[in-house]
Ligand binder design. Structure first.
Ligand code: ADP
Ligand code: MG
Length: 395
């Protein structure tokens, strides 16, 4: 259920709308947009606003410029990509807030699209500075948040501005919340969760929460080595967060008392270096050589995980099973992607790298929903409040 007001609950005609989106897209070496997924995700909201004769002032961040100007993350390539996708003009301005921006906004017509410069060039953004938020809010009559990817951050352009303007959700934000809520509200069972990626610290909250609601948890990727070490195995040079060993031990103990099956890999693909040309071999988890790196789940584990996923009615996946960017260590992740694609039930994927993996194997259209947010998706699922969502007006 979505309890916040949306753009359909408010009159936008002849209004100036401050629209926060998440255009934090990857750039290619020549500085062009390499993957426009996040830009495309905001198109329904932008089109709705312009078709309904609103003046749209778009705000986004790109990269982490730390409150100062950085030419490498100007939004010009984003403006070009957006303009191409919309097949219309986008007025790109070179500042975030200034007298010049105010003038450009006031001179533009209803139905126009203006893109402000990278909002994180201003130090007030991540500090949620009230004066900066007020200046930003003064550009518009209404605030629309469509940036699910930054909803877990209380910044000036996600939370600060809501103090000064009627604040509602855009279509992308609504879609994210509704789809992710399907995992938390009466999911069809069995409910299987597959978690990987490189850091336990990012995922520990989700593992804990899911222990209470899912039927089985499959752990792979770099983070499973912290668990394997916690179990007493020699993991060689595999990635490990030693400061999470105690937490991992506690979780493994808890599993014994909970009604949930937790699976760790039985075999792994290990290599003598992290490169495409490394020597690599499949090992049982009990026999990883001391100076080798575990870089993927092994074929036996992949088959086991696929078999378990096949029985699920609901599945959520976050975090690649291995270093899928390198061919020799991509097969575990490919197997999981394929199993999800073949599943008839609800299949939801979160995380930028997991999304990239689905695309690599050309399976992104074969799952029910891919979240545009990494951190925000995990925070939402672990039950943490998303400040950017909370700050919007209630229905
Ligand atoms: P997502 O973006 O989907 O949330 P993460 O950012 O948590 O995923 O993790 C993705 C990264 O984890 C990938 O770049 C991948 O190479 C890395 N990774 C996966 N398995 C391993 C491993 N065994 N050792 C080192 N890195 C790994
Ligand atoms: Mg990632």
């Amino acid at each position: 259920m979505f309890t916040k007001k949306t753009i359909e609950d408010i009159e936008v005609k002849n209004k100036a709308v401050l629209l926060r989106v998440d255009f934090n897209v990857p750039l290619s070496k020549d500085g062009e947009v390499r993957d426009d997924t996040r830009i495309r995700a905001a198109l329904p909201t932008i089109n709705y606003l312009t078709e309904n004769k609103a003046k749209v002032i778009i705000v986004s961040h790109l990269g982490r410029p730390k409150g100062i100007f950085d030419p490498a993350v100007k939004l010009d390539p984003v403006a070009r990509s957006l303009s191409r996708l919309l097949k219309r003009k986008v007025i790109k301005v070179d500042q975030t807030v200034s007298e010049k921006v105010k003038e450009i906004v006031s001179k533009s017509s209803f139905g126009d699209i203006i893109l402000l410069e990278n909002i994180r060039f201003n130090p007030g953004e991540t500090k949620n500075d009230p004066d900066f938020a007020k200046n930003l809010a003064e550009l518009a009559d209404i605030f629309v948040n469509d940036a699910f990817g930054t909803a877990h951050r209380a910044h000036a352009s996600t939370v600060g501005v809501t103090k000064y303007l009627p604040s509602v959700a855009g279509f992308c934000l609504v879609k994210e919340v509704i789809n992710l809520s399907r995992l938390l509200e009466n999911p069809a069972r069995p409910f299987c969760v597959i978690l990987g990626g490189n850091k336990v610290s990012d995922k520990i909250g989700v593992i804990k929460r899911f222990m209470e609601i899912v039927d089985c948890i499959l752990l792979g990727g770099g983070m499973c080595f912290t668990f394997l070490k916690a179990k007493g195995y020699n993991i060689g040079k595999s990635i490990c967060q030693d400061d999470y060993l105690d937490e991992a031990k506690k979780l493994l103990k808890k599993v014994e008392n909970n009604n949930v099956d937790l699976y760790l890999p039985e075999d792994v693909v290990a290599a003598d270096s992290i490169s495409e040309s490394a020597s690599f071999k499949v090992f049982s988890v009990t026999e990883i050589p001391s100076d080798w790196y575990g870089l993927d789940i092994g074929p036996k584990t992949t088959e086991l995980f696929k078999k378990i996923i096949k029985k699920a009615q609901t599945a959520f996946w976050n975090g690649p099973m291995g270093v899928f960017e390198l061919e020799p260590f991509s097969h575990g992740t490919e197997g999981i992607c394929q199993a999800l694609a073949d599943l008839k039930g609800v299949t939801i994927v979160g995380g930028g790298d997991s999304d990239a993996a689905l695309r690599k194997f050309d399976l992104e259209d074969k799952v029910s929903f891919v979240s545009t947010g990494g951190g925000a998706c995990l925070r939402f699922l672990e039950g943490s409040e998303l400040p950017g969502l909370e700050a919007l007006d209630d229905k």
